[in-house]
Design a protein. Sequence first.
Lengths: 884, 109
Amino acid sequence: MNVFRSFTAGLKELLRRDKTESELNEELNAYLQNAADAKVQAGATPEEALRSARLEMGGMESVKHQVRTAGWESALEVFAQDVRYGVRILLKSPLFTAVALTTIAIGIGANTAMFSLVDAILLRPLPYPDPQRLIVVGTHQRDESGMSAMGTADFLAWRDHQHSFEQVAVLDGAGSSFALSGMGAPEQIPGVGVSANFFSIFGVAPLKGRGFNPGEDLPGAPGVVVISEQFWRDHLGSDPEVLNRTLTLNGKQHTIVGVMPAGFRFPSRRPVDVWAIHTLNPPTSRPPYGLIALGRLKPGISIRQAEAELDQIAAQVTAQFPSSQELVGVMMPMKEWMVRDFSTALLVLLGAIGLLLLIAVVNVANLLLARATARQREVAVRMALGASRKRVVRQLLTESAVLSLLGGVLGLLLAWLAVRAFLAFGPGQMPRLNEVGINSGVLLFTFVICVGSGILFGLAPAIEISRPSLADPLKDTTRSSSPASAHRTHRALLVFEVALSLLLMIGSGLLIRSFVRLSDVNPGVQADHVITAAISLPNKYAEPQIQQFWQQFLEKAGALPGVKAAGITMSLPPNLLEITNPFTVEGQGYDRHRQSQLAEEMSVSPDYFRALGIPLMKGRFFSPSDRVAGEKDPMIVIINETMARQYFKGKDPIGRRIQTGDPDPKSPWETIVGVVGDVKYSGLDSAPGPTIYVPYNENAWAGWAREMYLVVRSTGNAPDLVPAIRTQLASMDSTLPLAQVHTMEELLDESLVQQRFRTWLISGFAALSLLLSAIGLYALISYSVSQRTREIGVRVALGAQRSNVLGMVLKEGLQLLMFGLLLGLVGAFSATRIMRSLLYSTSATDALSFIATSLTLVAVALLACYIPARRATKVDPMVALRYE
Amino acid sequence: MAEKNTALVQGTLDMLILKTLALESMHAHGIGLRIEQISQGVFQVNPGSLFPAFKRLERAGWVNSEWRATENNRRAKYYVLTASGRKQLKSETRDWKTQSVAIARILEA
């Protein structure tokens, strides 16, 4: 059949309703006349003929109806009619509508908001051409998991000998920042050093100017820099003549050669203002490992093949540096690398919020079901008048679709607000946040869950109510009793609801417990009264000058009024660890196949320990009178408790010697002079490991002392010291910024932002789900009590005690609760396993969380049942019996 | 109404209307009467099926309609077979013949 013709004909009829109707009338009348004429010819009188013709024709209206429904447009009309009717019904019971709409809007809004995050961060491909060919590359030891940074020797060998990638680039993994001076007060801006071909790997054109040219990353090339759109806007006033202007970064002139568009952000966890050149000098040793390599795979080459190639190249590098450890290549698609520790948390949140939607749907279904029994008579009348069951179900489903779509529109509004709030106040350090928004994909998702939940919560009541038992509700004029089957559905839904909310509550219980444990972790320092900041010295300070600078600065800072102790360090707890280094204890031997034995290593000034409140266990701290190591004076180190315990098993480590770096008998010996308490340098949730402290003025560490954290303990309010410290710094070099100023307490707090955020979020969902379940139980029991008023009246009249009645009603609620609990516990045992990676020293089946949340649920649910049950005990038998 | 004897085989009404119109254009009552007469009273077509069928056929483009005067000088809507309707009738007739022969064979086997 010609679809187009049918479509236009239907449309025409819809638009010219009256004309079509009158033509149909005329035609049917003509038919009647013709039939009558034929009968007259056959010998009947005109009256008789018309009468019998009418009889043969049957109902004129019914014929017209059949003609009308022959075209597709009638379905549309029926739908419009149902929608009108549905809206009218909803308006008639505003309280019901308000409760149902709010429930749906919250469910759908929360899901839409969460999905827009998941969509932007996990689902959508990276906004670069052929993103699946973008790979992040590193090296690690064969038995290690995860991505580790690369050393210069490995990268250079790989860059020159690999054939799997079209291009490979590198960035400085430390993701450092730059001191910007010469533009008002000196400040520290976020940036990263990259190789010259970095931008061409991505295939993104600059907004202005160009990326780096080949050769600009060779030693001795003039300084060039590419800036972000935001930096251009905020710092340079969107100057159209920005190209060829210069910036003073770390005391050196850099020419601006390009501006990257706003959508480009890599690395993506925090903003990047400038991309500068990271020059690779020919390596003299294999470590340190501080580079992140990137590449664009050639088409048709798999990651496995590329990894195998890198393994071979790494083996050659190992041969070149025989004392270094054996390393193999590790590669990861760029997207996977960017979202690495967020995907589990996001998916768990999406799952939790999906459960919340299900609970909301169940609640609305129960509301509709309770209302449906009240509408039994209306439906029975319609069916008695000839409506088919299909027609009735369709009409009821249309009603629930109207409800869910209205709820969806409200939900979308909520989601929009939630996403804005999240971007403004949520944890900022997430990848790809700049891509989050409500787009067509998210809208489609919202529409699908709207329609889906509309059908879900509409179907059970619709089927229930249209059960073909016409006689009962029609006969029964005073009491609208629900059929047993409706009650059964109602109760099954509630069991399901209780189970789902228990699942959510257990999940949040686990997260809360893990979070409490994490906040209770002893960071190993006394965080109060401590202010920290970062200072980095530009290249104009040669290495001996670096040490002089710090010595002077610390002397002056330590003498400032209100300062108890001032120190500097390379790394700060809880998660600003700079390097780890292999070490060898005297007498251990030099087998380089030995299980890797790494220590956090950092150079610090003598007063650092006092400034941060790290306790001395044995021996002594460093002292300003320690002489720099030389021919006579050996190098000295301080180790932490864990290292003393693990490697000196009960013996006194003071005076014993270690070597650091790859196992090599020729490495210099370092003597242990002290043991201090453990400090969490690599995150509050990390296990304690060995730590080695060395004096900052040790010659081997002079280069590392260029960028140090300042730690100052105050006698009063720590932030009050900042202006004095700034003045102090400016008096020594006015181009140096005092960057990243935070109190130690802030640093500890910030390191838990992600965990706190997801714990709050899931707990919020769990609380909502508990509330919804309680409302559901309350509604069911109230409803059941109102249905049984007469029965209760009879019982009381026959001598039942209040406690009997109370017990009887509560029993019904308790049964549901127990089934729900059981189901929820079984579900939780199998489902919480996926959260394991989010939990800190808490088992996924932690008994306390399971029991405490179950008890909470039972308590709230009992209260929800008790209120209506108490009402049942107040039933006056006389009133109840007259109720009929 | 002895519906069982006079009910049409599902889906054949459209074909019978087309066939009736192939001889001459006709109005609704005439078509019903003609089908009843030619089938010698086996098929009676009631208006409740007839009029929806006209709508279907018109939508499909197999018939057109126009208002004309009848032999009794009344106005009636006449249905006229179109060229594509004629083609449709041909193919439906062919299909029907094949099918009825096949059915007859099965029943006699």
